[in-house]
Design a protein around this ligand. Structure first.
Ligand code: SF4
Length: 335
């Protein structure tokens, strides 16, 4: 709950307004999971709260550990859906990749979660639980909304989770440690840009609209050209960053024509491109290029003046591509 919601809850139970601040402090600063332990609230207030609200964390149901240290956790949401989070340690950094929806309705062809369709929206509580109940929580330095689902297809809950995560009365994270990824849902993106200060990552994957639409049906509703036009209205010269995610599919989006069009599309926008190796999913016709070809593509983009990196592949041995674990869980449950 945000501070505004806690105030409403306090008012609804006839508690003083300042009780909301006390509750926020117990919940987010002290990590309290038991209403009776909130000792600066009166006994009557605690009893009233306990009769109306549920408090606590939902522990992960299972974990898969990769040889490279990446861990994939499976959580059950309040609605009974299964979602995944990936914990990715990397030297001094440790990033948690969280889910924002159970399944996804964007239908990207290279994605296992997309095949599930949308099964349910996560609440801000479901989203934050992935961080708050993580066994390695104390080591986290960064959080990315890049797990299952399209975050900006669930904007109210995602924005609320960001508010709680970054507010002083909340977990107090710097927004510069958080990145929200989107396939390019323009109305939600506008809200994210206006209502938060977190970094933005746009799944690009092809600069040509017709070709992009073949692998990302969202292109037909919100063209990547409109996404880039919107981004141009915001300032990425300071602390806030925008990056473009680009899964390189051999022979499909890695030609010189793609390099040229990417340079044209992103001309003058302060950004970077992260090239990603394709994690093979069952029955897909796509392949990742070999290292030499990947490097040549990166160098060609760099020569055009675009800061381009190749993201290291993590957790391949534990099926780290999002959606694989929860799909397996659904199949086992006959769901
Ligand atoms: Fe949804 Fe992201 Fe998968 Fe596309 S890649 S279907 S937006 S989860």
């Amino acid at each position: 709950m945000s501070l505004g919601q806690l105030r409403e809850a306090a008012a609804g139970l006839g508690l003083p307004r300042y009780a909301a601040g006390q509750m926020a402090s117990w919940l987010y600063r002290r990590g309290c999971t038991d209403i009776t332990a909130m000792t600066d609230l009166s006994k009557a207030a605690r009893e009233a709260l306990a009769s109306s609200y549920r408090l606590g964390l939902e522990a992960p149901r299972s974990v898969a550990v990769s040889r490279d240290g990446t861990k994939k956790y499976l959580y059950r949401t309040a609605d009974g859906h299964y979602v995944e989070s990936a914990y990715i340690p990397d030297g001094d950094r440790a990033t948690l990749c969280v889910s924002s929806q159970a399944g996804c309705r964007m239908g990207c062809r290279f994605c296992m979660t997309g095949r599930q369709g949308l099964r349910g929206q996560l609440t801000s509580g479901d989203i934050l639980n992935q961080m708050a109940s993580l066994p390695e929580r104390g080591r986290l330095t960064n959080m990315v909304y890049m797990g299952m689902g399209e975050p900006l297809d669930n904007p109210d809950q995602v924005l609320r989770s960001l508010e709680i995560l970054t507010a002083e009365w909340g977990y107090g994270w710097s927004p510069t440690r958080i990145t929200v990824s989107t396939a390019g849902v323009v109305p939600g993106l506008r809200r994210l840009l206006d209502e938060s200060r977190v970094h933005v990552a746009v799944s690009l994957h092809n600069p040509f609209p017709e070709q992009r639409a073949e692998i990302m049906p969202v292109e037909r509703a919100f063209s990547v050209r409109d996404v880039v036009s919107l981004l141009r209205r915001y300032d990425f010269g300071g602390q806030r960053r925008v990056s473009f995610e680009y899964i390189v599919l051999a022979g499909m989006n890695d030609s010189p024509a793609h390099v040229k069009e990417l340079a044209r599309l992103l001309d003058g926008l302060k950004c970077r491109i992260n090239l990603i190796r394709f994690h093979k999913i069952p029955g897909s016709p796509y392949f990742s290029p070999d290292d030499r070809r990947m490097e040549a593509f990166r160098n060609a983009l760099s020569r055009k003046g675009i800061v381009t990196t190749v993201r290291a592949s993590r957790g391949e041995d534990i099926q780290a591509a999002c959606g694989l674990l929860s799909t397996k869980q659904m199949e086992e449950a006959g769901d």
